[in-house]
Design a protein around this ligand. Structure first.
Ligand SMILES: [Zn+2]
Ligand SMILES: [Zn+2]
Length: 176
């Protein structure tokens, strides 16, 4: 996903790419790309800085955090990247401050930008921390491990361990 900077000029460069899912190496048991990655966007050149504004679309197979079943997750996210030239003797104290949090900051060198790593980051960031196959996923039975979305295993729910409730329970027993 490399673009030569001298091909980005004037009104900018419109582009549309479909990159093979293998390119991104997102292939773990918990999360893997199931579709190639489509990006449609525009590159602008301000002289030194390159701005990429686009829309990324792809699909993932993701493991549910609650029931551990796999489900498909569609990604449709805005890709906004701000490329700056990499300066060889950059002093860390002079690092450019992120003033536009809407854009991911990247560096370019040798007259070309590479969208691969910002695209990969965006795909992974589009996943929520808690990944649920459906909002009301019932999860697994803590006792027998059955998937409660598929069947009611019939296990009796464990008593609450809340000490305040335990005190109430003792009172109730005394009253019997
Ligand atoms: Zn689930
Ligand atoms: Zn059970």
């Amino acid at each position: 996903m490399i673009f030569k900077i001298d091909e980005i000029y004037g009104e900018g460069l419109d582009f549309e790419v479909l990159e093979s899912k293998k390119h991104f190496d997102i292939d773990s048991p918990e999360c893997s790309l199931t579709e190639d990655v489509k990006i449609q966007g525009k590159l602008g050149n301000t002289g030194q800085e390159i701005l990429c504004n686009g829309l990324l679309e792809t699909g993932l197979s993701v493991t549910c955090s609650r029931c551990l079943g796999d489900f498909s997750f569609s990604v449709k996210s805005k890709l906004r990247v701000h490329f700056l030239p990499r300066v060889e003797d950059a002093n860390p104290a002079n690092e450019i401050e992120l003033n536009d949090l809407d854009f991911e900051q990247e560096f370019y060198e040798e007259g070309q930008i590479n969208l691969s790593s910002p695209v990969r980051d965006l795909i992974l960031l589009s996943l929520p921390q808690i990944r649920l196959c459906k909002e009301n996923c019932a999860g697994l039975c803590p006792q027998c491990g059955a998937n409660l979305n598929e069947k009611d295993c019939g296990c009796v729910k464990q008593e609450s361990c809340d000490p305040r409730l335990a005190v109430l329970q003792q009172l109730k027993d005394k009253l019997k």
